[in-house]
Design a protein. Structure first.
Length: 280
């Protein structure tokens, strides 16, 4: 008798109203391909905690910013950790999975990150700029992001938001990884049209930059996206490290590259579900 196929609970919000994009199309594509290898069930993130039992792994994909359902997400995390459920991405991520505190930590540790502070007393650490970007520590998908003049910062730097100089960057670029393996890169040649992504040919220096953050996060399994900007001096600076449910922009890839990514994800999930369960 052939071995039973792994059972996957695929968590996605198919109705999430992303600006200028249809996140659901990406999950429809991925599940149609993953179904060839796994027994799949799709569910909304609000239902994941109740439905996760009886599955070999829970795959969190385009589930939307957890800011909109923080209590339910924490209940899901707690249940998964208490039961030893396999969650992909694993819940040990140190980046966006835990909010934006890591940007402060990495900046203080000397990593190539956009300079970041969260306190009035630390504003002097930022380069002088006419405008600054202010965003909530627990924000995502640009929720709550504002661009303000310097004179309006003092009352905001209270530890709940991050403040960064508004960098006059040449372009933004994202590097996509499955496990520790680089898959592809995309960039927006026009900073005013950030949603129009095209393939980017990453250099050895680019990949060295991106891998530094992948190594720091130490996930081992899962999908990660390293978002960066090309600063005026030509260097890359980290914008964010998405390790919870990164949108993949697969529609911007040629078919061959898209197929290669799906193959890498399928192989990664296959290895992941064969691991011994995590002790509760």
């Amino acid at each position: 008798m052939p071995a039973a196929r792994p059972r996957i609970l695929y968590v996605t919000d198919l109705a999430y109203p992303a600006r200028g994009r249809r996140y659901c199309d990406e999950d429809i594509l991925l599940t149609s391909r993953l179904r060839e290898h796994f027994d799949l069930a799709l569910c909304h993130p609000l239902d994941a905690a109740a439905l996760m039992d009886g599955h070999d792994a829970v795959v969190v994909r385009n589930s939307g910013p957890v800011l909109g359902y923080q209590r339910e997400y924490e209940a899901f995390r707690e249940r998964a950790l208490n039961t030893g459920a396999r969650v992909y991405n694993p819940l040990t991520g140190k980046a966006d999975m835990r909010g934006k505190q890591y940007l402060l930590d990495l900046s203080a540790a000397g990593f190539p990150v956009i300079p970041t502070v969260d306190r009035v007393a630390d504003l002097h650490r930022l380069p002088a700029a006419e405008r600054y970007v202010v965003k909530p520590k627990l924000g995502a998908d640009s929720l709550g992001l504002r661009t303000l003049p310097a004179g309006r910062l003092t009352g905001l730097a209270d530890g709940t938001v991050l403040i960064q100089p508004c960098v006059d960057f040449a372009y933004e670029v994202s590097f996509y990884f499955v496990d520790d393996d680089f898959q592809y890169a995309l960039y927006a040649p026009d900073p005013e049209r950030r949603w129009e992504l095209v393939p980017y040919r990453a250099t050895a220096a680019d990949l060295e930059f991106a891998r530094r953050f992948i190594d720091w996060n130490g996930l081992g399994h899962g999908i990660q996206r390293v978002d960066a900007c090309r600063a005026p001096d030509g260097e890359l600076l980290l914008v964010e490290l998405e390790d919870l449910n990164p949108y993949l922009s697969l529609d911007a890839l040629p078919e061959e590259a898209r197929d290669a990514f799906v193959g890498a994800l399928t192989s990664s999930l296959g290895r992941f579900v064969q691991q011994a369960p995590v002790p509760a």
